[in-house]
Design a protein around this ligand. Structure first.
Ligand SMILES: Nc1nc2c(ncn2[C@@H]2O[C@H](COP(=O)(O)OP(=O)(O)OP(=O)(O)O)[C@@H](O)[C@H]2O)c(=O)[nH]1
Ligand SMILES: [Mg+2]
Length: 306
């Protein structure tokens, strides 16, 4: 892919959509280029608030995000959306459905992009931090991330998001036990969506009982628009207060990303080592039972740590 970094950066600041897309692709596909690009923009990032919206498949996350972003835009904000596609099982139809629905947004100036979730650690893409940086550099704020929640993912999103919204709905047939398991400490706002459907009020009350007074629980419907105003207002309030507080919890987020990068560096080293002649000779010795696998692993580890 041909590009000129200086030009790309100017275009990014002008919110040129093609350049945003190109930068994100570069970042997703090449670690080295990603580093080069991010080094240039690093000082002008970390300025936007990140809203994570998570919850089971089909809860209405995209529908909610659709409305929320248009409302936030009316309030003078400049939102961008990152939808994390689960690479695994989910039907392509659902994702495609998202795209079609969310396409309405692109005409409004809201930037929207689907990114693939990669890596073994869950649904948060490895490159997400850098993609966020690109959007921050292009002056989008807030950045709304949609991800399908499955326990681990929700915890991960709390390492990225400043505000976490967990969406439930009465439609998935999840019983309260499953829902309890999904309610970790992460949520700032819990939303029971599809309030136009049977069972939503009951679910809302159960969640409220379970969570207590400390957290916000809201009942919404994207169909009837009930509760949407309250959700937007709550988000707006949180955005305003978090703006002042953002720096306070940034160390833990930096630590999380740092851990990710260091682990990745180490993994690369391990992969290289496993291709080396040194390891090959260990493999032979293990096979011939001249050395046991733990001893060999310790020896290789010690060599790598030097
Ligand atoms: N009855 C009702 N249906 C809704 C509501 N909100 C969303 N839906 C429907 O629920 C389905 C899933 O909505 P999405 O917004 O795609 O849900 P999602 O959580 O983004 O789904 P995934 O991204 O596939 O996990 C769609 O058919 C929506 O039309 C609601 O408030 N009431
Ligand atoms: Mg969706």
């Amino acid at each position: 892919m041909k590009y000129n970094i200086t030009e790309l950066l100017i275009d990014l600041q002008n919110k040129n959509r093609k350049s945003i897309a190109k930068s994100i692709s570069l970042i997703e596909n090449d670690q080295k280029i990603a580093r080069k690009l991010i080094k240039k923009i690093y000082k002008n990032t970390s300025s936007s608030l990140i809203i994570g919206i998570t919850g089971p498949a089909g809860a209405g996350k995209s529908s909610l995000i659709n409305i929320i972003s248009l409302e936030l835009q009316k309030l003078g904000k400049n939102p961008a959306i990152l939808a994390i596609d689960p690479t695994s099982h989910l039907s392509g139809g659902a994702v495609l459905g998202d795209r079609i629905r969310m396409n309405e947004l692109t005409n409004s100036g809201v930037y929207i992009r689907s990114i693939a979730s990669r890596g073994a650690t869950g649904a948060i893409s490895h490159s997400i931090h850098n993609i966020i940086r690109i959007l921050e550099y292009a002056d989008f704020d807030p950045i709304i991330i949609e991800s399908v929640g499955a326990g681990q993912t929700e915890i991960e999103i709390s390492n990225v998001a400043d505000i976490a919204v967990v969406v439930f709905n009465p439609n998935t047939g999840d019983n309260i036990q499953t829902i309890k398991a999904g309610i970790t400490e992460i949520g700032d706002i819990y939303v029971v969506n599809k309030s136009d459907l049977n069972g939503s009020l009951q679910l809302y009350r159960s969640i409220q009982d379970y969570i207590g007074e400390s957290k916000i629980v809201l009942l919404t419907s994207t169909k009837t628009k009930k509760g949407i105003g309250k959700l937007v207002k709550t988000l707006q309030n949180l955005l305003d207060t978090k703006n002042k507080l953002k720096r306070s919890n940034s160390k833990s987020k930096i630590k999380y990303e740092l851990r990710d990068i260091v682990l990745n560096n180490i993994k690369e080293k391990v992969d290289m080592e496993l291709k080396s002649n040194r390891t090959l000779s260990y493999l032979e010795q293990i096979e011939l039972k001249k050395i046991n696998i733990f001893e060999a692993a310790d020896k290789i580890s010690n060599l790598l740590m030097k």
